[in-house]
Structures are given as structure tokens and as C-alpha cells.
Design a binder for this molecule. Structure first.
Ligand code: C2E
Ligand code: MG
Ligand code: MG
Ligand code: MG
Length: 281
């Protein structure tokens, strides 16, 4: 079902097992928030000089039996069941706390925090009020809270989405399009949205050096972003040669294992936000 309605699949014992596991996980997920099994990890984002400019928050689920369950597994389950709404609310709260705590430290007070927002969460009637409420309580600079959306959000209800984005943007919040190039954005539409950043999907970065088509796509995304007056960040940078190629294309910001893997908030703080810490990669 997660694969969409028109996707015919042969029923195999393996598939049956997978579906049972997913059903179990979906049930367990109901308790995950209350049992404090969800944790925010952070992955730094760096400019061309290797200077830390911000971080993306990536959720982790510590399952009591299965250990770490990756977000690619549990976020779709949370979307399907609607649990993404309370999980997203919790995430916004965590983000507010984090930005408030960063505010008092000169090493972190201008760092941007990006959070991922899924379609169902965005469409929830309380989404906007939760965010504005969070802003009001934590009083961080709203420019520093960055919302990552995916193109899929824009397919069905683009004008409604645009309205919500405008409302939040008028309060200072900023947006990027995540996994850019993998969806079906109407290029004409991009211009009308209050976007700040296009995020080059890591599938194009992975084979950048060997596959001329991927290199061409990455280059095109960079120039598209620049022509629209947007900044551009590449995700999934794992090697220095990829970094160099992207830099030559004019990409200004990077994220990936080459710099660091996502890490617990405390580890991130120890690495970057103490007075003897380095803020470069
Ligand atoms: P995303 O937002 O595109 O996040 C980037 C993913 O790429 C993360 O996977 C990150 O760990 C991984 N990554 C970063 N650098 C590299 C690299 O150099 N090489 C490779 N191979 N991978 C890299 P992760 O943390 O497993 O998250 C997967 C997806 O789950 C995210 O993709 C996002 O769509 C979703 N997700 C994660 N946290 C949240 C959340 O709080 N809310 C929502 N709605 N979705 C989330
Ligand atoms: Mg993201
Ligand atoms: Mg992405
Ligand atoms: Mg992705």
C-alpha cells in the first residue's frame, strides 16, 4: 500500500513477512513518543570555505527490540497512520528548544536549523498555529528555522501549499525543496513560492564524477537555483572530488558524510558549540 495504488506486487512469503513487520512497527510507533524512543540527530551543513552554517535535524527511532529503525522505514508508517502529526509537533517543539539554546551562544546564534516536513504534517490544520506558537514561546530568530519540503507536496494542492508557505514566510520562516530533481516540480511554479534553497538530491551527487548525465543535472539545478535567486545545497557529499566538482559548478553549500554523519545533539554541541571547538569541517 505504501508503494501506491497502481503498483502491482507479487505476494511472496518475504513480502508477507515484511508487511507483518511493518504492521508491528506501525503499532509500536504509537508508543514511541510517549516512551521517549525518538531522538533528533543533527548533520552539519557547510559553505565553500568549510565553515559550519547550520544543521539538518534527522529523526531516529530507538526501538526496544529492533534497535535503530531508520526514518525511511518509520516516517512513511507515521504518515500512513497520521502519527506524523504528533511526531511533527514534537519535532517543532524540539527545534524551538534547540534554537533557543543556540541563541545564547555566539558560536551557534547564527546557525540555521532545517527540519523535514512531510505532506500530511504540512496539511494538518494545526501545523501553522503550532509553528507560530513555538516561535512565540521560544523567541528565536525565525529566519533560522528552515523547513524542508519535497516536491510531492506540490503535486495535488500547489496553490493551497503556496498560501501556507506565504503565511509562514511572512513571519520569517524559510523553505527549501528537498531531494530536488527527483519529483515533478513545475518550474514555473518555483518562482512563485517563497523558497530560499534548492537541495540537490544525493542520487545526483553519488555518481557525479562518473555519470555525465548526473553531472549535467546537478549543474542544471545549480544554475536554475541561481537564475531564480535561490541558494543551492548538495546533499550526500561523500568525497572531496564530489565537493570540488560541485564547487566548480557554483554550488555554495554542502552536507554529507565527507563532513560528518548525523550525530546526537549533544555530540554536535561538543564538537562545534564549545568555546574551544572548531566550526569548520
Ligand atoms: P532527507 O531529508 O533527504 O535527508 C538526507 C538523508 O541522507 C538522511 O538520511 C541522511 O542521514 C542521509 N545522508 C546524509 N549525508 C549522506 C551521505 O553523504 N551519504 C549517504 N548515503 N547518505 C547521506 P536519514 O537520516 O536516514 O533520513 C532519511 C529521510 O527520512 C530524510 O531524507 C527525510 O526525508 C526523512 N526524515 C528524517 N527525519 C525526518 C523528520 O523529522 N520528519 C520527516 N517528515 N521526515 C524525516
Ligand atoms: Mg531533508
Ligand atoms: Mg534530501
Ligand atoms: Mg532524501
Amino acid at each position: 500500500k505504501l508503494r501506491g495504488k497502481n503498483n502491482y506486487q507479487v505476494f511472496t512469503p518475504e513480502l508477507a513477512r515484511k508487511q507483518r513487520t511493518e504492521a508491528r512497527l506501525a503499532l509500536d510507533l504509537r508508543d514511541a513518543l510517549e516512551q521517549q524512543q525518538l531522538e533528533l540527530f543533527l548533520q552539519g551543513q557547510f559553505d565553500q570555505a568549510g565553515q559550519l552554517t547550520g544543521a539538518e535535524a534527522l529523526l531516529r527511532w530507538h526501538h526496544p527490540e529492533h534497535g535503530l529503525v531508520p526514518p525511511d522505514t518509520f516516517i512513511p508508517l507515521a504518515e500512513e497512520s497520521g502519527l506524523i502529526v504528533p511526531i511533527g509537533r514534537w519535532l517543532v517543539e524540539q527545534a524551538g528548544q534547540l534554537l533557543a539554546s543556540w541563541h545564547s551562544n555566539p558560536l551557534s546564534q547564527s546557525l540555521q536549523l532545517a527540519i523535514n516536513i512531510s505532506s500530511r504534517q504540512f496539511s494538518d490544520p494545526s501545523f501553522v498555529s503550532d509553528l507560530l506558537n513555538c516561535l512565540q514561546r521560544y523567541r528565536f530568530n525565525p529566519n533560522l528555522l528552515h523547513l524542508e519540503l519535497t516536491e510531492s507536496l506540490l503535486i495535488d494542492n500547489a496553490s493551497e501549499v503556496a498560501d501556507i508557505m506565504m503565511r509562514l514566510n511572512s513571519q520569517g520562516l524559510t523553505f527549501s525543496l528537498d531531494d530536488f530533481g527527483t519529483g515533478y516540480s513545475s518550474l514555473a511554479y518555483l518562482k512563485r513560492l517563497p523558497l530560499q534553497t534548492l537541495k540537490i538530491d544525493r542520487s545526483f551527487v553519488r555518481d557525479l564524477l562518473n555519470n555525465p548525465n548526473d553531472a549535467l543535472i546537478a549543474r542544471s539545478i545549480v544554475s536554475l537555483a541561481h537564475n531564480l535567486g535561490l541558494s543551492v545545497i548538495a546533499e550526500g557529499v561523500e568525497e572531496q572530488a564530489q565537493l570540488q566538482a560541485l564547487t566548480q559548478m557554483g554550488c555554495g553549500c554542502f552536507q554529507g558524510y565527507y563532513f560528518q554523519r548525523p550525530m546526537p545533539v549533544a555530540e554536535f554541541a561538543a564538537r562545534y558549540l564549545q568555546h574551544n571547538a572548531r566550526s569548520t569541517a
